[in-house]
Design a protein around this ligand. Sequence first.
Ligand code: MG
Length: 159
Amino acid sequence: MMRIGYGYDVHQLKEGEELWLGGIQVPHEKGAVGHSDADVVLHVICDALLGALALRDIGYHFPDTDPAYKGIDSKKLLVETYRLITDAGWELGNVDCTLCLQRPKVLPYIEEMRACIAGVMGVDVGQVSVKATTTEQLGFVGTEEGVSAHAVVLLQRAS
Ligand code: MG
């Protein structure tokens, strides 16, 4: 038996903020705005995991009105989210993410992100795919007003 889940997220980019992507801090003059560390990649993985088991969404579990989550490292959110999945008797088959960002080039950080995500979830790095694309200067990603990401996960019954 398998379950599929999908996640989508957007964060605004602003000067003077830190840019966290896939658990890695990427040097850039702009960073992502959010209540937590605004790591769009980790957020879409959380949402895809929750979606796979119809467990609502990241905002439901970690409300941005709760001061406990102010500036929180999203790796902690992913740990807690994946615990919900494993507690329910499921495990990750694989996750596939696409990060949409005009600048900076994130290619040098992709392998580090995959290793970080796999480490946080306690899965094999081969189960974690992170891809990146620009939007060819189009839309809010293209004008560097924001960053977005998509993720799909497949869960299987824990062996
Ligand atoms: Mg988010």
